[in-house]
Design a protein around this ligand. Structure first.
Ligand code: SAH
Length: 290
């Protein structure tokens, strides 16, 4: 194992159980067309199986332990790794595999367009599966999903990430729960979020200071989206700015207290509510009523 570098958030996953839970959560499909001769399969079938096979984007392949499993179950893998030494190792280990493409660089500064059309003959990834560096979880989520005001134009079908457990709880929480916050609303607005499983700190080498969990996100559009997404973002920012305060205090610079009480009543919400008491749909409805 290479010496882990702290600045890149390197913690090598070493639990077989966690690895298989991540891979299973990604529901990967691979076409078996290579095992047939051209005559075996009618043309439209070939096309269909191609469409149904998954192309994975992996962020931070590290030593390649997860990459290896992804390669065996997906049609192809594009991996982005920032650490030059690791890239050299990975090239030696997996460089000859023709459904694997390694890009060296900072995932956050790569144009997603480049990632989605990496090279001619290489199909664009439709799923993301990764054990990411925890210090850049927020920016990674934003890059993959976009924001409420600017959702990702070509969203992935599915995203499976290993994250800090605290974040997984926030993404999976409902209004009224102590884990529900601005991040929950922002991400749940853009994607359906599921908590898949816990991953203990000892599953990594070196173990991180926090416990981890696997989450699965399915990007989607809300049935009733915000008419003015930028306004919704402002409301969330102000509403959650001071967690212990009631909404009518946090939002008083944009909505008068009486008006807000009336709007909350229309939504069937107590006028003394705090930001974390409103569901995603209620936040959208509040914004749409303004
Ligand atoms: N997937 C591996 C490694 C996880 S550790 C495993 O499960 O064992 C996180 C990985 O992300 C490291 O390899 C680290 O070098 C890489 N990384 C950190 N910051 C990155 C960035 N901005 N862009 C791409 N990769 C990054």
């Amino acid at each position: 194992m290479p010496q882990p570098r702290k600045q890149f958030g390197q913690h090598w996953l070493r639990s077989e159980k966690a690895l298989s839970q991540i891979v299973a959560a990604a529901e990967l499909r691979k076409s078996d067309r290579a095992e047939h001769t051209a005559q075996d399969i009618p043309q439209n079938n070939t096309l269909q199986s191609n469409i149904r096979s998954d192309r994975v984007l992996e962020i931070g392949p590290g030593t390649g332990i997860l990459t290896h499993q992804l390669l065996s179950q997906a049609q192809s893998v594009v991996a982005v790794e920032i650490d030059r030494d690791l890239c050299e190792r990975l090239t030696k280990k997996l460089g000859d595999i023709d459904n694997f493409l390694l890009l060296q660089g900072d995932f956050l500064s790569l144009e997603l367009e480049t990632l989605l059309n990496p090279f001619p003959d290489f199909q664009n990834p439709n799923k993301v599966v990764a054990n990411i560096p925890y210090n850049i979880t927020g920016p990674i989520l934003e890059k993959l999903l976009g924001t409420i005001a600017h959702p990702a134009p070509t969203p992935f079908d599915l995203i499976v990430l290993l994250v800090q457990k605290e974040i997984a709880l926030r993404l999976n929480s409902k209004a009224g729960s102590k884990h529900f916050g601005a991040l929950s609303v922002r991400v749940q607005y853009l994607a359906e979020c599921e908590f898949i499983c816990d991953v203990p700190a000892k599953a990594f080498q070196p173990p991180p200071k926090v416990d981890s969990a696997v989450i699965r996100l399915r990007p989607r559009s809300l049935e009733q989206p915000a008419h003015n997404p930028a306004q919704l973002e402002t409301l969330l920012k102000l509403g959650f700015s001071s967690k212990r305060k009631m909404l009518r205090n946090n939002l008083q610079s944009v909505i008068g207290r009486d008006r807000l009480s009336q709007l909350l009543e229309e939504l069937g919400v107590n006028s003394q509510s705090r930001a974390e008491d409103l569901s995603v749909n209620q936040w959208v409805a509040l914004s749409n009523k303004l």
